[in-house]
Design a protein around this ligand. Structure first.
Ligand code: NAI
Length: 410
């Protein structure tokens, strides 16, 4: 039986799911293509991924393709209770409550794994962590898919130290995932959440973006488009140069700290903004994080420096330092776009979740033949998803002639 906040919230959840379905043509196409064949019949699939409307459509699609599905959220603050209620209403077991404590969160993960899944979809690595520590939960596991960059880092570490006990597919690294979801999905939804939450101007402000990777590039470029003066901080020399040649000011965080009005981290690294930076920041500046874990903005340091902190508005905590300076932390330093906003646009998650769906089908067909390592998404899956999306968007694509292929050596 599901563990959710309130089953009666389902009508709003159903409405939201119906809305996103209209903007996810690739998933619609996969539903048309496979629902009669039921290629996942007899398989149990567990999902641990931000539980909101787009994810609900993914869960429903996997069930439509024949799987028995259980779901939990990958972050208690991104879980939408009305979506959990809608999935429960539609007969999918859900274990997730918005704002669950850490203890409850891991209990929800355990419940989702207790039905001994054949395939998992993970987002950040918490499923894999539990399946490794409690191997009896993995006794039927064929393999799984990982959604995000941080989860891939954790899997690579496991591969290196020999603790990856089942095959996993790096969904994040598919072209149809990180080139769109990380760049454009994060780019738009981070600003959507910050503008809605603060109700402040972006134009004319100095925005400091930590990182110039896929997500942070999207955030920096959207900030530029909104009229901000953008500073980028990096640790990678090539990406720092790329940012500079894309027209951004590049400097160390310690030098950017006194200049910024809005700071955003999206690095996957810890302690990016800490005590030494808070001491230099302007009064009433804003800090938000878009990286997977709430470790990029050092909250322990911020609390230690503060004489008080209080909620100024939903999702804005104002910390007052002993000097009287105020620092506003958005969404408790967690993924701002998902916790304080609506997450990525449906059109973007259409691509990411189409890759997920086809990788689940790939595991169902080939999983037992795979080794215990991290696999790339097969090229034909990436290509298939791109072609369906292009068609749905009505975009033309030239094709190489035989002669051109010969000239290009393809
Ligand atoms: P990426 O690896 O492409 O980019 C990270 C960049 O940060 C790299 O260029 C790296 O050199 C830089 N970096 C690392 N440590 C740094 C530091 N201390 N200071 C400054 N720069 C630093 O990774 P990607 O795909 O951009 O993902 C970043 C994070 O965002 C990950 O935790 C990922 O899981 C998460 N993510 C969040 C999403 C969201 O919806 N908010 C969506 C997708 C990914």
């Amino acid at each position: 039986m599901s563990i959710i906040k309130n089953p009666e919230l389902y009508p709003l959840g159903l409405q939201k799911i119906e809305w996103v379905k209209r903007f996810m043509p690739v998933l619609n196409e996969l539903e048309r293509r496979y629902s009669d064949k039921k290629p996942l019949k007899g398989l149990r699939v567990s999902l641990c991924i931000h539980l909101e409307a787009k994810t609900a459509y993914l869960a429903l699609l996997l069930r439509e393709l024949g799987a028995d599905v259980r779901a939990t959220g990958s972050n208690p603050l991104s879980t939408k209770d009305e979506i959990c209620a809608a999935l429960n209403h539609l007969g999918i077991e859900v274990f997730a409550i918005h704002g669950a404590t850490d203890e409850e969160y891991f209990e929800h993960i355990r419940k989702t794994l207790e039905f001994r899944p054949h395939i998992i979809i993970d987002d950040g690595g918490d499923f894999v962590e539990m399946l490794t520590n409690e191997p009896e939960l993995a006794e039927n596991l064929i393999g799984g898919c990982e959604e995000t960059t941080t989860g891939i880092h954790r899997l690579r570490m496991r591969e290196r130290n020999g603790t990856l006990n089942f095959p996993m597919i790096a969904v994040n690294d598919a072209n149809c995932k990180h080139l769109f979801d990380n760049v454009h999905g994060t780019g738009q939804s981070v600003w959507d959440a910050i503008m809605f939450t603060t109700n402040n101007m972006v134009s004319g402000k100095t925005v400091v973006v930590a990182g110039y990777g896929f997500c942070s590039k999207g955030i920096a470029n959207r900030a530029k488009g909104l009229g901000a003066n953008v500073i980028v901080t990096e640790v990678n020399p090539y990406r720092a140069l790329e940012a500079a040649m894309d027209g951004f000011r590049v400097m160390k965080m310690i030098d950017a700290a006194p200049l910024g009005d809005i700071f955003i981290t999206a690095t996957g690294c810890n302690d990016v903004i800490n005590k030494q930076h808070y001491e230099l920041m302007k009064d009433d500046c804003m800090i938000a994080n878009a990286g997977h874990f709430d470790v990029e903005v050092n909250k322990v340091d911020l609390r230690a420096l503060s004489v008080k902190y209080e909620e100024s508005k939903p999702f804005i905590e104002t910390y007052t330092l002993s000097t009287g300076k105020r620092i506003n932390l958005l969404a408790d330093g967690r993924l701002v776009n998902i916790v304080a906003g609506n997450g990525h646009p449906a059109e973007i998650m259409d691509l990411s979740f189409a890759i997920q769906t086809l990788c689940v089908l790939h595991l169902a067909k080939n999983g037992t033949k795979l080794e215990n390592r991290l696999y790339d998404v097969p090229d034909e899956i990436d290509h298939d998803v791109a072609m369906i999306k292009l068609k749905a968007m009505g975009l033309g694509l030239d094709e190489l002639t035989g002669e051109q292929k010969e000239y290009m050596g393809i």
